[in-house]
Design a protein around this ligand. Structure first.
Ligand code: MRU
Length: 372
């Protein structure tokens, strides 16, 4: 996607130095555009855990490159290639618990290497790089396809609105910053905007880390998409007054039965959407399906992060980033990162293969290779 006049992905290999991965450090957006060099798996683990990068697809792509960096180090460490890689895989997987793309990508690199046991170590490193690049390229392509399938939903809505803008509400950032390119929830929006359809986005701020007001608003602005930032709690009010035509959100993990884990606050928006007959769609590449979990509420691990994220807020003041305390010093806080929206509240899932209902039969029909 574009930043100014330049096309960027969120992660790439440094030009002229194949041992360094570069990524956009999202902690400084929207005020500063910072690129970070990552050259060890430990640095990649930190980048994931401390949320220099975040969002399900990008976490997966970063994990793929993290495995590649681990392979480079294992090549010369002398402690054993396979044990070193197993150790790196464990570190990466422990970085954040909810987005299933993380373990999916780590296991994809490991599985690719496992079937080529007899390769020389040097060639294993090359193979790890090839798989990491494939994961990243596929993520971008799948998001592009999600855009094409989701576009039809916006087109249908646009017909009903007879020239008035289609109002889409989204939560958190499931935009291109959360993936390698395009985004999941935002891909249909970008496709609609680029095709000339009038579209306007309600951007929920997404406390406590404000991925909506900081990241989604910035992305949409860079692309020229009309949008309005709202407090998280304003979504229901807007729906009651007919100001939301459809909701599109992303997901960090969706069960094969259609339960959706996404950023905390998503569930409340789904409830409000149901009460107001507003279609509630979840956009995801297939890498965000968990094919092992049936009951999202009981089985999806929900990340709990540091309470300072709730008690404090940061922003930009006179050219520098400042942090302020919002609560009484002594008040305890809790910081649940995600919630689960049960399948009965989800109108449909927008995937790279098309739109399906949020139930096992419909999901498996679209992905028959996961049929059992
Ligand atoms: O904690 P984050 O920022 O990594 O959370 C991920 C998200 O941005 C959202 O939950 C998003 O809607 C799904 S990730 C594509």
């Amino acid at each position: 996607m574009k930043v100014g006049d330049q096309h960027f992905r969120t992660i790439w290999l440094k030009a002229g130095d194949e041992c360094v991965v570069q990524l956009i450090d999202q902690r400084f957006l929207p005020h500063r555009f910072v690129i970070e060099d990552v050259s060890t798996v430990e640095q990649m683990v930190t980048a994931i855990r401390e949320m220099h990068i975040r969002g399900a697809g990008l976490i997966g792509a970063s994990a793929g490159y993290g495995m590649y960096l681990a392979a480079i180090k294992a090549r010369s460490a002398g402690t054993g290639f396979d044990p070193d890689l197993a150790n790196a895989a464990a570190q990466l997987k422990a970085a954040r618990p909810t987005a299933v793309n993380l373990s999916w990508a780590v296991e994809r690199v490991r599985a690719g290497l496992a079937v080529k046991q007899t390769l020389a170590v040097q060639d294993k490193v090359k193979l790890a790089l090839r798989i990491a690049k494939q994961i990243a390229d596929e993520d971008a392509e799948h998001c592009r396809m999600i855009g094409q399938h989701g576009l039809k939903l916006i087109q249908q809505m646009a017909q009903k609105k007879a020239g008035r803008p289609v109002n889409v509400l989204t939560h958190c950032n499931a935009g291109w910053l959360a993936f390698v390119d395009y985004g999941s929830a935002t891909a249909p929006i970008y496709a609609a905007h680029d095709s000339g359809l009038p579209v306007h986005v309600w951007v929920a701020e997404t406390r406590p880390r404000n991925q909506g007001s900081k990241l989604t608003a910035w992305e949409l602005g860079e692309h020229g998409v009309p949008h309005t930032v709202i407090a998280d709690s304003a979504g229901g009010h807007l729906m009651q007054h007919g100001e939301v035509d459809l909701v599109i959100v992303g997901t960090d993990r969706t069960t094969y039965t259609g339960d959706v884990a996404n950023k905390i606050g998503t569930y409340l928006k789904a409830l409000a959407a149901k009460d107001n007959h507003v279609p509630f769609y979840v956009a995801l590449p297939s890498s965000s399906f968990d094919w092992k979990i049936r009951d999202g509420l009981k089985e999806i691990p929900i990340e709990e992060r540091g309470t300072e994220e709730v008690k404090h807020a940061d922003g930009w003041l006179e050219g520098r980033q400042v942090e302020v305390c919002l609560t009484p010093d002594g008040s305890p806080a809790a910081n649940y990162g995600f919630d689960v929206t049960p399948r009965h509240l989800v109108t449909g899932l927008i995937t790279e293969r098309g739109v399906c209902e949020a139930n096992e039969k419909s999901i498996r029909a679209l992905f028959p290779e996961h049929a059992s």
